[in-house]
Design a protein around this ligand. Structure first.
Ligand code: NG1
Ligand code: ZN
Length: 525
């Protein structure tokens, strides 16, 4: 890089002034919004550099802290194909964002800033969630991009999956306007349901966030849908939303005074990339979490693949340490379905299923999707063309059309709460299944999640995809001892998004107290 470009940039970036060292974690950088100004400005610079090295393909930046409290915010980079930031760039991002002295020089390992500024080909697509701090942070991202000659495409207030969609569509030279996002989903939903109505009533909790607005785009598809907890109704994610319901196992607070009743409830998180569904019993919930989504989808896909007559396509389901043991057993029994275990965090799950033609992944917290490989889509499409109009093969045609619809409806870049709502409702409708029948697919084992605040979470090192602790040895042994009873397991891992350590314990069906007791004893050890 030329000396001028570097020193200009160094003076723009100034000195690092976020109070603590920030890591590019499972979901990018996250912290209290008012400590992130410098970091997001630098993320703008970084995103432009990434776009430059990818020959000007547009990179995405999403400003959100998902399910975290309203005063937090965060920033996450998206690759041109809609996937998460290339893992080689994660440590670079961490180093660059934290460099207090001559930050521009850090980047020179990967790219020459002078070249980026001269070539002027970098493009960065920027979106934000509904937090009050998000607009300011978007302006700073844009400043960073423009500082080195990049171009910013603002897509405004969007859900995280919409940002991924827009970036991916641009890359594939498909229409990338958000209106198309809805059009594609609507068409696919009608194909999946074969124009049947989903009859059950649903109350959807929008976590007081952007998802409650975005859902308007699919208005009418689910006739009996009422949306509560819209932006402005209450604080974002506070006592509501997918993370709250899944972790606390209790219904959300509804911030408007009307009373609501429905067959099924559903909760999105603050940026609408997660969804959980449940029966609301007033004080408790009967939860359909991500494991249940994966089970229903895998069962449906495996059935239709068998009846489509295609035997060459592989199906894999990725789970994490948090996946319920009963879900794992259920999936293991499905014909033609492989199970792989991945580390916690969507990027690991996504990677684990990429080698399959149909890759299904869900985190229990409700983040997940079904990915169809190019090969799967083209095989299904050719078969569909070959069978077109063949009345004798109606059942086969039906299955092929159904699978193509699933691949269109499910977000092909990331988990998407809105797409997942349609996918699940569509499958329940097709299977003529009600919510209770879905829950009867398997009996969930009892589990307990707890968080512990510690001074330094980094002393904990995990192994075996987070399922066991490697260090410290005393903790490892304590867990083994506490979870030694028949049918029990437990683990501890440092959170990648919050300054806490997470404890998980699982006990056989009906042994709720045992799961709670194990988690509590581990928390205290
Ligand atoms: P951490 O904070 O690392 O546990 C949480 C979720 C992850 C993932 C990320 C990204 C749990 C236990 N963990 O990560 O699964 O979704 O947030 O949002 O739910
Ligand atoms: Zn989220």
């Amino acid at each position: 890089p030329s000396a001028t470009a570097m020193s200009d940039l160094d003076s723009l970036l100034g000195h690092r002034h976020h109070p603590s060292y920030l890591h590019y974690g499972t979901a990018g950088f996250r912290a209290l919004a008012n400590t992130l100004y410098e970091a997001v400005l630098r993320c703008g610079v970084l995103a432009a550099c990434r776009s430059h090295v990818l020959n000007g393909k547009a990179v995405g930046v999403m400003v959100t802290a998902s399910h975290n409290p309203p005063d937090d915010n965060g920033v996450k980079l998206v690759e041109p194909d809609g996937s998460m930031l290339n893992s080689e760039w994660e440590p670079l991002a961490t180093e660059f964002i934290n460099a207090s002295d001559r930050p521009a020089q850090v980047l020179s390992k990967m790219v020459s800033i002078g070249d980026v500024a001269t070539a002027r080909k970098a493009v960065v697509v920027v979106g934000r969630d509904s937090r009050s701090s998000s607009s300011t942070l978007v302006d700073l991202v844009a400043q960073g991009v423009e500082a080195i000659g990049g171009r910013v495409v603002h897509i405004g207030l969007v859900t995280t999956p919409q940002l991924h969609f827009a970036v991916r569509a641009r890359y594939r030279q498909e229409p990338c306007n958000i209106l198309h996002y809805y059009e594609i989903m609507k068409k696919a939903y009608h194909k999946l349901t074969q124009n049947n109505r989903f009859r059950a009533s649903i109350v959807l909790d929008g976590a007081n966030g952007v998802g409650a607005d975005a859902i308007k785009g699919i208005k009418g598809l689910i006739p009996n849908l009422v949306v509560v907890n819209k932006p402005g109704d209450g604080p974002l994610n506070q006592d509501c939303g997918a993370d709250f319901v899944q972790k606390k196992r209790c219904p959300p607070v509804v911030y408007t005074s009307d009373k609501h009743q429905a067959d099924i409830w559903a909760s999105l998180d603050g940026d609408a990339d997660r969804l959980v569904m449940y029966r609301n019993n007033g004080d408790g919930v009967l939860l359909a979490d991500g494991d249940r989504f994966a089970a229903l989808v895998a069962k449906f896909v495996s059935k239709h693949l068998a009846s489509s007559g295609i035997s060459t396509l592989t199906v894999g389901v990725a789970q994490t340490a948090y996946s319920n043991g009963a879900a794992t057993e259920y999936l293991q029994a499905l014909p033609g379905v492989d199970i792989v275990i991945a580390k916690t965090g969507v990027k690991h799950l996504e990677k684990a299923v990429k080698k399959y033609d149909v890759g299904i992944y869900w985190e229990p917290n409700g983040h997940g999707t079904v990915l169809f490989s190019e090969n799967a889509v083209s095989e299904l499409q050719s078969l569909s063309d070959a069978l077109s109009g063949n009345a004798q093969k109606a059942a086969q045609v039906n299955s092929v059309t159904t699978l193509l619809a699933v691949g269109k409806l499910a977000n092909q870049a990331v988990g998407d709460g809105i797409a997942d709502l349609l996918l699940i409702c569509g499958i329940l409708c097709r299977e003529d299944m009600d919510f209770d029948a879905w829950l009867r697919l398997y009996d969930e084992r009892c589990s307990s999640n707890m968080v512990v605040k510690v001074q330094d979470k980094s002393v904990i090192e995990t192994a075996d995809c987070d399922r066991s602790v490697k260090e410290p040895i005393a903790l490892r042994e304590a867990i083994l001892e506490i979870a030694s009873a028949q049918g029990c397991r437990a683990f501890v891992r440092p959170s990648g998004t919050e300054d806490v350590v997470r404890v998980y314990a699982e006990a056989p069906v009906g042994k709720d107290d045992l799961a709670q007791d194990m988690a509590l004893r581990i928390s205290q050890s």
